[in-house]
Design a protein around this ligand. Structure first.
Ligand code: SAM
Length: 205
């Protein structure tokens, strides 16, 4: 992640993010929610939170919460999470990155870049369309090996540009419909995750 000055840092895990994002994942049918952090101390904190909510007393008082937390898994690195998802699904994950920033500043603005290049962010309508018609690199339909979708979210002041090479597609920023409300779009990661999951997997009503 980066901090307010753009310096690369490791952030601390927030208790609320674990619960709230786990509930959103459960609601929209996400198979796994990886909390990625390289610090051993953070692994201990996440395990303590998960053990607490999976304890017998909590299970009887808050069964719905325990159900949501079943899918949370700690990983020390993005690669560990990626490899786990690849192993479980039998195909390489397709990595998308929602972001509040206009990423042209990082990916560069190249008007002649082909439609398939990663620097061209997808809209949510495009992503939904791709999920139903097939993601780039999916095996032919008869082999039924479909790439799992991996959605990466940041903390702190956002994902560091040094990570962008691992992303298959950026997604357009979530922002207000009306032009005059577009100056601010810095959502908490919990809110962003709920909106993104609804846009990708939610019922269209
Ligand atoms: N401390 C903060 C909090 O309250 O959660 C962490 C902020 S962190 C930068 C928020 C993350 O949510 C971003 O890295 C990005 O993944 C996502 N996010 C926030 N606003 C967004 C937006 N407008 N569009 C897309 N993603 C957004």
């Amino acid at each position: 992640m980066v901090d307010r000055n753009g310096k690369e840092v490791t952030t601390a895990v927030t208790n609320l993010d674990i619960h709230d994002i786990a509930r959103s994942c459960k609601t929209f049918g996400v198979q796994k929610y990886f909390v990625v952090n390289p610090e051993e101390e953070q692994r201990r904190i996440v395990s303590a939170i998960l053990n607490h909510w999976n304890g017998e007393l909590s299970l009887s008082y808050h069964p719905a919460r325990a159900k949501a937390l079943e899918r949370v898994q700690f990983a020390a690195t993005f690669e560990e999470a990626y490899n786990d998802a690849a192993f479980e699904s039998g195909a390489q994950p397709f990595v998308v990155m929602p972001d509040a920033r206009d990423l042209k500043a990082y990916f560069g603005e190249n008007p002649s870049a082909p439609e398939s290049s990663p620097e061209r962010p997808w809209t949510y309508a495009e992503l939904r369309e791709r999920l139903s018609s097939g993601l780039p690199g999916d095996s032919p339909a008869e082999s039924r090996v479909l790439r799992p979708l991996m959605i990466v979210f940041g903390t702190g002041w956002g994902i560091a540009p040094s990570f962008f090479g691992k992303v298959d597609r950026a997604l357009v920023p979530i922002r207000a419909d009306r032009e005059e409300n577009r100056k601010y779009n810095h959502l908490s990661v919990r809110a962003a995750a709920a909106i993104v999951l609804d846009r990708v997997f939610g019922e269209r009503v």
